[in-house]
Design a protein around this ligand. Structure first.
Ligand code: AMP
Length: 283
């Protein structure tokens, strides 16, 4: 059975209020659609914890740069509806851009520090767009728990910070990255890859796993670990490495010794498609 799709703020607020009147807690999974098994896992996690699960599907214009793929980002609402229903969602909120951003909208949310590393420099304004839309969605939906994927590690860390700093009454949970059989992290953008680049993309996770095993077997020097990660990534055919960093998992600041949990995070481009991934090491 398919689940309802609502498009206005008024409708979603009314539906959530009904659920609350029935004594249900509200779980929330914000997405940009083109849903895959990674998103489905978030919905299942939400369904396991909350009596009423809302999935938002909104390709948020304010988080795309002028030369990014906003126009061609895949939009697959009919199949998304099925994925949501199968995973246990109760309602989809799929607003049009003017519902989210009426013309007079001039307020944005900016988290400093955590946004000036990793994806921040290559995507100016991206996290401001993400934080603004996520806070708006939290205010519109009013969930008890919101579920994010570890695949977008920096995003999840920044959202947690925003929630803490602005006293947003929502619990943020981060769910593990779902991968293809060869290790490639599922992403709506994987469909842009041609067959050669798709095969090559498995090398991203292999490089991260190699970093993880070097750390596990005693390498503590972060400069060396980063250099080896870079070298491993550079062997992937057709790759352009944007960054390969090992940072403090909490502060996202540089480390010299692996004396605390760290995130090994990478962004690469394969045939013009930008892919990111990460693993936690040193815990
Ligand atoms: P997106 O629609 O790509 O903006 O992602 C919506 C949510 O799904 C974010 O919290 C992502 O981190 C999460 N997500 C995307 N891909 C994966 C994956 N492979 N595994 C787990 N979560 C994911």
């Amino acid at each position: 059975m398919l689940i309802p799709v609502v498009t206005t703020i008024q409708e979603i607020r009314a539906a959530v209020a009904d659920a609350r009147r029935c004594g249900k807690t509200v779980g929330f999974v914000p997405t940009m659609g083109a849903l895959h098994e990674g998103h489905a896992a978030l919905v299942r996690a939400a369904h396991a914890r909350s009596g009423f699960v809302v999935v938002s599907i909104f390709v948020n214009p304010t988080q795309f740069g002028p030369n990014e793929d906003f126009g061609k980002y895949p939009r697959t609402l009919a199949t998304d509806q099925q994925v949501c229903a199968d995973a246990g969602a109760d309602l989809i909120f799929a607003p049009i851009p003017t519902e989210m951003y009426p013309e007079a909208s001039v307020t944005f949310v900016e988290v400093s520090g955590l946004t000036d590393v990793l994806c921040g420099p290559a995507r100016p304004g991206h996290f401001r767009g993400v934080c603004t839309v996520v806070l708006k969605l939290f205010n519109i939906v009013g969930p008890d728990v919101a579920h994010f994927g570890a695949k977008d590690y920096q995003q999840a860390r920044i959202v947690r910070q925003m929630v803490r700093d602005l006293n947003v009454p929502v619990e943020v949970r981060v769910e593990p990255t779902v991968r293809e059989a060869d290790g490639l992290a599922l992403s709506s953008r994987n469909r842009y890859l041609n067959a050669d680049h798709r095969a090559a993309a498995a090398g991203i996770y292999r490089a991260l796993q190699a970093t993880q095993s070097r750390a596990t077997t005693g390498e503590r020097d972060v400069v060396r670990l980063e250099a080896m990660l870079h070298t491993d990534l550079a062997t992937i055919p057709g790759v352009r490495v944007e960054y390969a960093r090992i940072l403090d998992a909490d502060t996202l600041r540089p480390l010299t010794q692996l004396d605390r949990p760290a995130v090994a995070a990478v962004a690469v481009s394969l045939g013009g498609t930008r892919l990111i991934d990460n693993v936690i090491i040193g815990q």
